[in-house]
Design a protein around this ligand. Structure first.
Ligand code: ATP
Ligand code: MG
Length: 174
């Protein structure tokens, strides 16, 4: 199965991200991520078997035991790719605790021989794909207020023609 580890967004933050996404939907064409699918990826495992997902669960237990909530502070919008066909995301501040959590999740995966995408961790919440972002100011957008994330979840991703569906497999509380 296709798997990844992500922070779930706390309720108030998630509501405000959904509001921001709606506002952006008025400005940009694109395939917007459904609000219930918003998340912050910590490690993308890709294809993983039964034994590997079990190991990933153990890695989450090990990482998150004794770890407290981490701060989520929105820093602004960013894009990957071309302006006319971009992945549009909300950047999240590289808070030391967040960076440390991602590094420790990745370290525990490596310690168990699990492979993941090793691109540098850039904390973000993807809002839209294939987005056409207009040039210039985007107007008055309301960004989420800082909040604390308390749930780290191993998700299964099921790719479907109209976008991926995510199924939580295992959650650890911070
Ligand atoms: P789709 O690929 O159909 O657009 P998706 O990107 O939401 O949907 P996945 O590709 O399964 O679904 O990705 C799940 C999560 O992992 C997303 O947050 C995605 O940004 C992230 N991700 C996917 N591929 C990689 C990768 N190679 N490296 C890092 N993160 C990735
Ligand atoms: Mg993808």
């Amino acid at each position: 199965m296709r798997a990844f580890v992500a922070l779930e967004l706390p309720e108030a933050f998630a509501d405000e991200v959904a509001g921001l996404s709606r506002a952006l939907g008025e400005i940009c064409a694109g395939r917007f991520v459904a609000a219930e699918n918003h998340h912050l990826t910590l490690a993308f495992l890709g294809e993983a078997g039964e034994a590997e997902t079990r190991s990933a669960m153990a890695a989450l237990d090990e990482t998150c035991a004794g770890t407290g909530p981490v701060q989520l502070r929105a820093t602004g919008l960013g894009t990957f790719g071309r302006a006319r066909d971009a992945t549009l995301w909300l950047g999240i501040e590289k808070d030391p605790e967040l960076m440390d959590l991602a590094a420790r999740v990745r370290g525990e995966l490596s310690a168990r021989g699990l492979a993941y995408d090793e691109k540098d961790f850039l904390p973000h919440v993807t809002l839209a794909r294939r987005a056409r972002v207009p040039r210039g100011a985007l107007g008055d957008l309301a960004f989420p207020l800082p909040d604390e994330a308390t749930r780290v979840t191993l998700f299964r991703s099921i790719l479907e023609p109209d976008g991926a569906r995510y199924k939580p497999l295992y959650t650890v509380a911070l």
